[in-house]
Design a protein around this ligand. Sequence first.
Ligand code: PAF
Length: 323
Amino acid sequence: LTRITTLASLTLAAGLTAGISGAVAQTTLTVTHSSPADSHFGVAAIAFKDAIEKETDGGINVVIQRVDNEREAIESTQLGAQECAMGSAGPLGNFIPETRVLDVPFLFDSYAHARGVLDSEIGDELLAKFDARGLKGVAWLENGFRNLTTGSKTVSGPEDMRGMKIRTMENEVHMKAWQAAGVLPTPMAFSELPSALQQGTVDGQENPIPVILSNNLDMMQKHLYLTRHVYSPGILLCNLDFFEGLDDAGRKAVQDGAKAAVVANRTRVEQDETQGIETLRGRGIEVVEITNRDAFRDAMSGANADFEAQFGADLLKRIRDWK
Ligand code: PAF
């Protein structure tokens, strides 16, 4: 299935097929993600693997690996040390700056809006930028709308967040928006979050329901505020040379695998958003519905002029007005 092979990609599986003896080339595709197997990215990885292995009749063997750091996984995919990676698009802007436009808070009103934009020519135009950086943007996945959680501190409006230390992703758009709201954003890899929460280095964090649920963050946090302040896309990307080295059937299998991953990922996000909030309540975390979401929007809006200058008012309007 491959014309070229990447580092450690080609293994030869000695085989006897229908009485013909010989070696059958098998490509190994390692895909990493940083979430538990039972999560919105875990199920996406399994769907990706199952679809590719079925379509290629095992010609591409997909190995799923869990890693700690999403930024390092993208780096290692770019260098060709692994074939593909999936996860949140949080650190993606450090590689493909144009994708940072998607990280602007309160840009999307709903899942339908975000998915519509990512599935449209806007999403495709952004995926096309990956090639120049040695990556193939295969598909937009989804992490979900992010919500604030805190330990002992409580929040009844955005003014209560002033001076709080909130762990953020390594994402400069998010950090600017939090700063505008008077928060002290503290970027770190997700794997460092549990100890930061336990040691009180940060007062809280923000993440989508599927992440809070699958990582049991309710055990470290007392309050969950459904701020839905920013949509967090997910991404499935591969090393460009690896992808282009596949033959037509191999590339199609990866793309079909990506479609299966998108369906599994979005279905699980929906399920977590509908049932997960009750599950979290049942586990004992206080869940607070936000009635004054506009106040949070206004608090972060101090960074909007910067975002317009950086991404262009036209593109932001095109995304906001997408129908
Ligand atoms: O907060 C993050 O870093 C991301 O949302 C996470 C948890 C790594 C997504 O899987």
